[in-house]
Design a protein around this ligand. Structure first.
Ligand SMILES: Cc1noc(C)c1-c1cc(NS(=O)(=O)c2ccccc2)cc(C(=O)O)c1
Length: 130
């Protein structure tokens, strides 16, 4: 059990570094905090499950991610939300969609490049057993 707790602690440290790297990228500034309903009043009538990098950092600390794929599922949600709320051909929508896709691809590439594949397998095994 202690070994499992060590593995999950290592996962949290790894995910915090990935999340911090994404949040440092100025291209992803609009994804660093929840969409502000004062600025975007109809957002919650269209997007039923908002997601952002600050919320994801909090979820790491709350032990809500038991493997890297759980974290990437929230990256996918963040990206899908941006594509769904900003679907039009105008340049502003195209730019936020491009940045959302760039954030998703960057997250997957960072995790695949820096994570040991059998480490992820160990995490998934712990996750399945709980
Ligand atoms: C995200 C998002 N999804 O739909 C839309 C639309 C956006 C989005 C929202 C905002 N304004 S905001 O007040 O909600 C905010 C500012 C800074 C960090 C996080 C959110 C700005 C922009 C922008 O492109 O500058 C985009």
């Amino acid at each position: 059990y202690e070994k499992e707790e060590g593995t999950l602690r290592e996962l949290r440290i790894f995910l915090r570094e990935i999340c911090a790297k994404l949040a440092r990228n100025r291209q992803f500034f609009m994804f660093t905090k929840p969409v502000d309903v004062q600025e975007v009043p109809d957002y919650l009538s269209i997007i039923k499950q908002p997601m952002d990098l600050e919320t994801m950092m909090t979820k790491i600390d709350l032990h809500r991610y038991l493997c890297a794929q759980d974290f990437l599922d929230d990256v996918d949600l963040l990206c899908r939300n941006a594509l769904e709320y900003n679907p039009d051909r105008d340049p502003a929508d195209k730019l936020i969609r491009h940045r959302a896709c760039s954030l998703r691809d960057t997250a997957y590439t960072l995790i695949k490049a820096e994570m040991d594949s059998d480490f992820e397998e160990q995490c998934k095994e712990i996750s399945r057993a709980r």
